[in-house]
Design a binder for this molecule. Structure first.
Ligand SMILES: C[S@@+](CC[C@H](N)C(=O)[O-])C[C@H]1O[C@@H](n2cnc3c(N)ncnc32)[C@H](O)[C@@H]1O
Length: 248
């Protein structure tokens, strides 16, 4: 049977690039556990922000397999070495992605606005002094600033801009990042969320959170803030779409 995740022996490496680690494996395990939904989701565009070695985006492409023939893959990293390593990892697995060295998705935002169906992010989440964030090379892999939230808090609005109406975001977080506050922040933008995998290692307590746009959440927000929306009417107008979005 064809492998549904990238094979470690075929994953390229570089001294300045983050090797697949517990967090990478947790994210891929979460995607694998959701594979049937991902296949049914039929994504046209999948994207990874912060691709590192390419282990995650390659695994996503492999697990979608022949079902992803019409799907375009993108991956970005602020570290140019990571983009080179991801290219080699993808090629070694017979996969292809458009790879861009950039800060989050800078330069792609207009082109991809509202069109990414699946986004995966294992961000730099380790709490560090703020000055360590965005350093050149391997330090950019983990340095997350205060509460490990500096890069995460920049990624969330970009994800909101890029995700399609049916878009899903899978995000790796640590307890120290305050995942419930992240969910609340995304809720205000109209996203429902669920922790799809929780894993404790010797060093950290990881949560993989899945976000999706949810009409109930959007309506709740409109109701709270405008005070004028007739919720029953809006609910029935969106009923068809609501069924299409139901997957949690
Ligand atoms: C924890 S590593 C994860 C690597 C890989 N996705 C994995 O799971 O093994 C975080 C990655 O994000 C990249 N990164 C950090 N800040 C970034 C930014 N502002 N824009 C894009 N990538 C960034 C780092 O260079 C690093 O490759």
């Amino acid at each position: 049977m064809l492998s549904r995740t990238a094979q470690i022996r075929l994953v390229s490496s570089h001294p300045e690039v983050y090797d697949p680690c517990d967090d990478s494996f947790a994210l891929v395990d979460a995607l694998l556990a959701d594979r049937a939904n991902l296949v049914e989701h039929c994504p046209s565009i999948c994207m990874e922000v912060g691709c590192g070695s390419g282990y995650v985006i390659t695994s996503l492409a492999l697990m979608l397999g022949k079902d992803s023939s019409g799907c375009h893959f993108f991956a970005t990293d602020i570290n140019a070495h990571a983009v080179g390593v991801t290219r080699k990892t993808m090629e070694a697995h017979g996969c292809h992605a458009e790879l861009v060295t950039t800060d989050i998705a800078s330069g792609l935002e207009t082109r991809l606005a509202g069109s990414v169906d699946v986004m995966v992010v294992n961000p730099p989440y380790v709490p560090t002094p703020e000055y360590e964030v965005g350093q050149f090379g391997i330090a950019s892999a983990w340095a997350g600033g205060e509460n490990g939230r500096s890069v995460i808090d920049k990624i969330l609005p970009v994800a909101d801009k890029l995700l399609s109406d049916k878009g899903w975001l899978y995000l790796v977080t640590l307890t120290a990042n305050n995942p419930s506050e992240i969910c609340l922040q995304m809720r205000k933008k109209g996203y429902a969320s669920r922790i799809v995998l929780q894993r404790s290692t010797e060093e950290e307590n990881l949560h993989i959170i899945k976000f999706w746009r949810d009409l109930d959440t959007q309506l709740e927000f409109l109701d709270c803030h405008s005070g004028v929306m007739a919720i029953g009417v809006v609910t029935s107008v969106f009923k068809g779409k609501r069924v299409a979005q139901k997957h949690g």
